[in-house]
Design a protein around this ligand. Sequence first.
Ligand code: ADP
Ligand code: MG
Length: 572
Amino acid sequence: MTSQVHEFQAEARQLLDLMVHSIYSNKDSFLRELVSNASDALDKLRLAGLTDKDLDADISDLHIRLIPDAGARTLTVVDNGIGMSRDEVIGLIGTIAKSGTAELRRKLAESRADGADTAVSEELIGQFGVGFYSTFMVASEVTLVTRKAGESVGTRWTSTGDGTYTIDDVADAPQGTSITLALTAVDEDDAVHDYADRFVLRGLVKKYSDFIAWPIRMLGEAPEPVEPAEGEEAVEPVGPVDETLNSQKALWSKSKDEVTPEEYADFYRHVSHAWDEPLETISLHAEGTFEYQALLFIPTQAPFDLFMRERASGIHLYVKRVFIMDDATELMPEYLRWVQGVVDAADLSLNVSREILQQDRQIRAIRRRLVKKVISTVQEIADKRPDDYRTFWENFGRVFKEGLVNDADNAQAILKASMFASTHSETEPTRLADYLTRMADDQDVIYYMTGESRAQIVGSPHLEAFAAKGIEVLVLSDPVDEVWVGTVPEFDGKKFVSIAKGVVDLDGSDDEADSERDEAFAPLLAWMGEALADDVTQVRLTSRLTDSAACLVGDEFSMTPQLEKLYRASGQ
Ligand code: ADP
Ligand code: MG
C-alpha cells in the first residue's frame, strides 16, 4: 500500500490539541509514557515467544534504547518488542479506543467554555492518561516506525499533531517500534528540557522509569581521544560505551521500607496508565502453600471508565517476574475494579489461560486474601485519614458498595468501611458505627429510606415523624443502595429497617394497636380500600405522619419503586 493520509478521530484530535498547546506542566512525562509503552511491548513479545513456538521472533535481548541526536534535535526511543501491524497503528494510535472518550470530550468542551482552565485540563489528563499523545507536548513532529513480530512488512506513521497523520509501508523495518521526536525548542520557563541531552535523559529515566524490568540503554559520549605521551604509540580511539540507565528492580519483590514513595508512585502510574498519585500502597508477600507477591494501589482519582461495562481489572499478573496478562479479572472482584497493581505468583504455568485461572485454587486463595486486605486498608484510611477517606469515597464509594450485594462473606467488613448520607447532617455522610453511637437507648434498629435523590427522600412524608422525633435515618440514594438493603439484613446485630415499608413501630405503640381509634375509622378505611382497590392492597392508619394526610408504603417484602425501576432498566 502506498502513502495514505488519515484524519484523527474527533476525540483524538481534541486530546492532541490539548497536548500541542501543552497545558500540562510536567512535560518531562512524555518519556515515561514512551518507555512504559515500550516495556509493555517487550512484555507481550516475551510471553508470545515463550508460549508460541512458531513465532519467528528473537527474544534473546529484549531492551529499550534511547538515541538522542543533539545536532538534529531529535530523540528516538526504540524497542524490539511485539510491534504493531498497519491496522493496529491506525486503530491504536489514530483513535482513542479507550472507553470514556465521550465523557472526556464533554468535560473538555466544558473546560473550554470555562476558558480552558489549566488546572481542570491537567486533572482531565490525569484521569484519562494521554499516553502516546503526550509526545506532542515536546515534539513538532512524531514519526513511528514499527513491525509486528511475525510479519514481514513494517509501517511508518508520521504526524505533526495537526489533525491528520500519514501512513506508509516500510519494507526493511526492524522488528519492534521506534519513535522519533523532532524536538521543539528548549524552554526552561515552560519546563521543556533538552531531551537530546544525555544528562537530562539519564536523570529522567532514573526518576520515572527506574523500576522498568527491561534494560533502558543509551550510548554514552565518546571519551576524549587520549594524546599519546612522548615516544609512545598512539592509542586506538575508544568508541562510546553503552550504558544501562535503569536499575530494573522489581518493586513488588522489595519490602516497603526499601522503596521510596516516589518510586511507588511512578510504578503506579506505569501499571495503571494513570497520571495521578496513589492514595495508598499495599505490599503483600505471602509464603507457604501459595507463594506470591502483590503490590496494589488505591488511586486518588477515579478513571473515566469506572462505570463502563467493558472496564477491565487493573491487576497485572506475573509468574516469577514474567508478565502474563494485564487485566486479571480473576484476581479482584468487580466491586474492587479500581484497585491497580501487580500480582506475581510463583507456581503458575506461563501458559495459564483465563479458563484455568477461573478454576485455579491458588488464584482463588490469593483473591480471597487480596480482597480482605483491600477492604481492611480502606477501613484503616477511614479510621485514620478522614480527608483521604472522603476523596476515596467520592470516587469509589458507589462501586465499593456493590460488594455488599456481590460479596456476602465480606459484607460486614464492607459496611464497616463505608459511609452513608443520613439525616444527621446534610453534607457529611456518616459511618455506621457513628450512627449507632447516636441512637437512643430504646432504638434497636437502623432506619433508612431509599430514593432517587436526597431531596426526594428528605421531602418525603415518610420521614416526618422521624424528623419530629429526632430519629436519624440513612438517606440512601444510589441505585446500588436499593439492592444491598435487600441482601444485607443487619450491621453489628442491628437490623436495617426501611421507613417506607410495612409497619413502623415508632412509639413502642404499634400502628395498629389502638383499637378504639381503629373502630372509629373502620368505615372510612373500608370505603377507601374499595375505592382504591386497583391501586393499593390495604389502607391503614399510621403514626408516621405529622403534616401530610396520607402516604404510600410498600409491603415489608415488596420492591420499592426505585428497585422496580432498576429491574425494569436492566430488562428483567
Ligand atoms: P495505553 O498505553 O494507555 O494503552 P498509549 O497511548 O500509551 O495508551 O498507547 C496506545 C496503544 O498503542 C498501546 O496500548 C499499545 O497497544 C500501542 N503501542 C504504543 N506504543 C507501542 C510500542 N512501543 N510497541 C507496541 N505497541 C505500542
Ligand atoms: Mg501507554
